[in-house]
Ligand binder design. Structure first.
Ligand code: FES
Length: 159
């Protein structure tokens, strides 16, 4: 039986060896969104079976991500506050914002909790967090500055 969109599937997997297209819950092949939390290996196994647009992850440990480029300095402008900061290559954008009294908050500081989310007005973030998929962040125009940086020389943030 295929679940309706409003149904909630709660499943526990005792091991990953048996999780494949033949043994996956029916909801993986339905139109239902799938929410998944657990070890990274489980989430990768589920992600291989569910279309990206229906997959939602809840991570408790950051994925180890590396930028494709060397860390570079970035100029960060806070549009609503009308201030601009220079963030050195070795500095966290979140730290600079906090240290200058900007209305942002950090919690995990490892790119997993989502607390430090800021909206991006212009510029290109270099997403290094594990909160959600990069294309989802880009479509929402958000970034997580505790770990993420920029591939552009300047970022303009909606703070
Ligand atoms: S402080 Fe948790 S994602 Fe940035």
């Amino acid at each position: 039986m295929q679940p309706e969109a409003s149904e909630l599937l709660i499943a526990a997997f005792g091991g990953l060896g048996g999780l494949d297209a033949a043994t996956a819950p029916d909801s993986f092949a339905s139109r239902a969104d799938v929410y998944c939390c657990g070890p990274e290996s489980l989430m990768q196994a589920v992600a291989a079976l569910v279309p990206r647009e229906r997959m939602h992850f809840e991570r408790f440990v950051a994925v180890d991500r590396e930028s494709a480029q060397e860390p570079q300095a970035v100029t960060v402008t806070c549009a609503r506050s009308d201030v601009t900061f220079a963030v050195a290559a070795g500095e966290s954008i979140l730290d600079v914002l906090e240290n200058n009294g900007m209305p942002v908050q950090g919690s995990c500081r490892t790119g997993v909790c989502g607390t430090c989310e800021v909206r991006v007005v212009t510029g290109t973030p270099d997403h290094l967090d594990s909160v959600m998929a990069d294309d989802e962040k880009d479509s929402l125009r958000v970034m997580y500055p505790c770990v993420s940086r920029a591939t552009s020389a300047e970022l303009v943030l909606d703070i």
